[in-house]
Design a protein around this ligand. Structure first.
Ligand code: S3P
Length: 455
């Protein structure tokens, strides 16, 4: 791929004024998926037109769902096919150019061949839906996606009766899924992962008895909230020890909804951090989703001494949102661990950068999941922080950042990971001298236009 590098200069002046960030990625994905398997027309506003969510749309179109996209207006209309109305292709399906996938000639006639791009959410959630269909499917993504662990969904889906296997036998995509009758299970996962939980719950819609998933700590609960809105019988319990169980009953049909997607707190995180770091800043970030299962970054910033005020708190479709007023603050080190980790898993690279500018030591632990994101984020964050002169030590499940010494600009790589590119663009604003980010265009995965906002 062409090297789309970006030069980032120190901010030089305070960040002031108002911005809105694009719609939430997790909620956008789910709105298209659930709309596709619901009866009726689902209208989605403030949809995130990022590459990952467009992969989800492309997959469901290929499964016979009519989806209208008005990109400039941020609107998507899904003409749902109903729970059992997805369609496999008629005859031999043209696979197009599946990255790393098997040759077209090796694909059985009638197989739905789907390209999930860079998107772990698309791959894992759609697998739960495909396990319940009466046609076979083959899922494959880009080189990075095809190295991410899929056993975490293959195991529970297989226990439900799905016939799902890794084509290359390495526990990764490409994944082949064949039709089979699904049964409800009571499953306990080792990792708190909303993608795993959602995959199982979606398969549970098609099972012959109820299904429950228990995770060690509550991961983002957009699936539970939105599926309830679509008419599914979903319930959740959190125990005193922090373990969380979500249950779903088999379902006859889901019903279309209108969804207003709040701004993505994961995208807001870059501007929250920039305003906290750049002297004299006072920035209003409007309409940000603040679901408690996603808002760990706000708590961490506040515990580091960050001045963040929530204004105009409101609810839409069960999802809380607010405007965030963020002012420049002196930060100090903290420990980030335990049940907080799933609530800011995607913001940990940004939190580590903040820690580098904070006085004292920050410890991030219980976050081994960072290793299996779009890059190994323990390795990529620590490599880039070190290149900027930060004293940081990677650990098995996180890192130790000894902050407070000035950072200098450097040539950094995004490692084709959108969150690394954006976190280090912010680091470049607050460091001395110029920073160059290589392979910087990967931000389009979750935040198209990021650099325009930045400028
Ligand atoms: C997501 C869940 C998280 C997150 C990802 C989006 C989702 O992954 O990192 O960006 O939409 O369910 P895990 O659930 O695997 O932690």
């Amino acid at each position: 791929m062409r090297d789309s590098s970006r030069l980032i200069r120190p901010a030089g002046r305070p960040l002031t004024g108002e911005i809105t960030v694009p719609g939430d990625k997790s909620i956008s994905h789910r709105a298209v998926m659930f709309g596709s398997i619901a009866r009726g027309t689902t209208r989605i506003r403030n949809f995130l037109m990022g590459a990952d969510c467009l992969s989800t749309i492309a997959c469901f179109r290929r499964l016979g769902v009519e989806i209208d996209v008005e990109a400039a207006a941020g609107q998507v209309t899904v003409h749902g096919n109903g729970l059992r109305g997805l369609q496999g292709p008629k005859g031999l399906q043209g696979a197009g150019s599946l990255h790393g996938g098997p040759q077209r000639a090796g694909v059985l006639p009638g197989t739905a061949v789907l390209d999930t791009g860079n998107s772990g959410t698309t791959t894992r959630l759609i697998s739960g839906i495909l396990a319940g269909q009466d046609f076979p499917s083959l899922l494959s993504g880009d080189t990075s996606l095809n190295t991410r662990p899929m056993k975490r969904i293959m195991d529970p889906l297989s226990r439900m009766g799905a016939r799902i296997h890794s084509v290359n036998g390495n526990g990764c995509a490409p994944l082949a899924i064949e039709p089979g009758q699904l049964h409800g299970i009571q499953y306990t996962t080792k990792v708190a992962s909303a993608q795993v939980k959602s995959s199982i719950l979606l398969a549970g819609l098609y099972a012959d008895s109820s299904t429950s998933v228990t995770e060690p700590a509550l991961s983002r609960n957009h699936t539970e909230l939105m599926l309830k809105g679509f008419g599914a019988d979903v319930s959740s319990i959190i125990k005193e020890d922090g373990t969380a169980t979500a249950s779903i009953a088999p379902c006859r049909e889901l019903y279309a909804q209108d969804i207003i997607v709040p701004g993505d707190i994961s995208s807001a995180a870059y501007f929250i951090a920039a305003a906290l770091l750049v002297s004299g800043s006072s920035l209003l970030i409007k309409n940000v989703g603040i679901n408690p299962t996603r808002a760990g970054f706000l708590s961490v910033c506040r515990s580091m001494g960050g001045d963040i005020t929530l204004l105009n708190e409101r609810q839409a479709g069960g999802e809380p949102s607010a405007d965030l007023l963020v002012r420049h603050s002196s930060l100090h080190g903290v420990t980030i661990e335990g049940g907080l980790i799933p609530t800011l898993i995607d913001e940990l690279p940004m939190a580590a950068v903040l820690a580098a500018f904070a006085e004292g030591t920050t410890v991030i632990r219980d976050a081994a999941e960072l290793k299996v994101k779009e890059s190994d984020r323990i390795a990529t964050v620590t490599a880039n922080l070190r290149a900027m002169g930060c004293d940081v030590t990677p650990t098995d499940d996180g890192m130790v950042v000894r902050g407070g010494s000035p950072l200098h600009g450097a040539v950094l790589d995004s490692y084709m990971d959108h969150r690394i590119a954006m976190s280090f663009a912010v680091a470049g604003l607050a460091a001395g001298g110029e920073t160059r980010i290589r392979h910087a265009n990967c931000v389009d995965i979750s935040f198209p236009g990021f650099y325009n906002y930045f400028n």
